[in-house]
Design a protein around this ligand. Sequence first.
Ligand code: ATP
Ligand code: MG
Length: 574
Amino acid sequence: MNQTHSEVLPSEVSHSNLSDYEQAAARFSWEEVESHFTWYDTGKVNMAYEAIDRHVAEGRGDKVALLYSDANREESVTFAQMKEQSDKFGNVLRKYGIGKGDRVFIFMPRGPELYAALLGILKVGAVVGPLFEAFMETAVKDRLEDSGAIALITTPVLLPRVKREELPLLKHLFLVGEDVPTGEGLMDYHEEMSMASPELDIEWLDREDGLIMHYTSGSTGKPKGVYHVQNAMIQHYYTGKVVLDLREDDVYWCTADPGWVTGTSYGIFAPWLNGVTNVIRGGRFSPQDWYSTLAKYKVTVWYSAPTAFRMLMGAGSDMIDQHDLSSLRHVLSVGEPLNPEVVRWGHKAYGQRIHDTWWMTETGGQLICNYPGMAIKPGSMGRPIPGVKAAILDDQGVEVAPYTMGNLAIQSPWPSMMRQIWNNPAKYEEYFRISGWYVSGDSAYMDEDGYFWFQGRIDDVINSSGERIGPFEVESKLVEHPAVAEAGVIGKPDATRGEIIKAFISLREGYEASQELKDDIYRFVKEGLSAHAAPREIEFKDKLPKTRSGKIMRRVLKAWELDLPTGDLSTIED
Ligand code: ATP
Ligand code: MG
């Protein structure tokens, strides 16, 4: 790999340049960030206190914490009301003997109750495990079993998906909704709440006590139970300030469901630690609905994902013209690589630079980012945030030269780093196989300015005619073609070339699959990128297989192609 990147969207802040970054990084100390939290004075802490109660104690109780809406419901909840609701739910849990260290899971659609319950769980010192509402029986069972959960918050509608007879540890189910069935261990959430006291003695915790468990997205294999501790709040608070750029009067919208780490670290913790108003929109994605949400609540900071931006791009500019999006100040993306084409489009369509951010369930918080005050190179995930050091290492742990593809690694530790893979210490150790480093499993290279460029998952890197090719670069070129909506690229074994590139493509509205189109797409990549990176095989699909968090599942494409077992499909979209 040897290329330079001349395309840059300049910083919006005129005083800013690379040396400013260097200065900020040199001045930076996590200790200074830590001084914000309770433990600095008392030695003890609780995430729910720092995120909610503290704002009430400091006189901001009447400020709106949550602006919730879906097709049937619209509600706003102040910090004082959220404190009261979560205090009550804490008391409900205590009544059943649930407390510190217990795993308590949530399996329900978004709604104010989900957020109050999650905070109530944290207030009694339990470890919360949010599950995406669309999970089916086996996915739910696997996660509850693996985590040893003793309680679950769910709804009467979802209850049939919980195989209680196979989950002996799961004793308490709190049901949110109408027509709550009765039975052993089944409690009516609203009834319990109406009887609960609004005064709670919060459980004060140590920094290394448990906070949350998230199962990973399942893009590369069976989801792993990633365990995080209270200490992560340092990173959530700090990145909320410097990456999300949250300011007191912001109206912030993170589109992720709390079943995925983005929906908690940045859909709950970062905004509320920073005391801003948090927009939550329930229901499924639709361009019309999302633009209305942005306009209606005058959202200022918006955090979403490449899959959504690609679909919004496909929805066209007429729809943008019909909505007043002038409140937007800062737009960010996470979850998959953000194609340069999408960055360019965002700049044109919204007048906004979409800021790509890179991190993982395991990292608990953002690590490599494009943040305000920084020039953006479309296609780059940015630079390590101050306080974080990243490098590209070879398999022996030696740093490689700029532009050389290798293992993306982060110097460990950082505040929000995972502390366990639940029930799987051997898997945990694998991430730390190079002494002093966390090895991400992603492949990337660094350029001469210290910007990082994602190439693909290590296992997805393609070796064709002796060249190593990252699938992302090919996919990004493919989506520049006017006919291509989305593309997933894999290596297919080939007798002469080692591997050839096979592309699975979904077409944009108005385009028909044909041999001419395949030839045209092949030529387009060959001329735009290189001959060895051009897909010698192309297959058109109505839809690409994706995780419920919107990521293209290349392992499924590969399994289809090579007639291999598809593995764990618990997180795949319908
Ligand atoms: P699993 O670990 O179960 O296979 P997953 O890795 O998709 O699933 P997550 O923790 O949700 O689970 O996602 C983290 C991964 O998402 C990263 O390792 C990276 O491959 C990808 N990713 C996240 N953000 C970005 C980004 N900004 N650019 C490129 N890739 C990204
Ligand atoms: Mg992963």
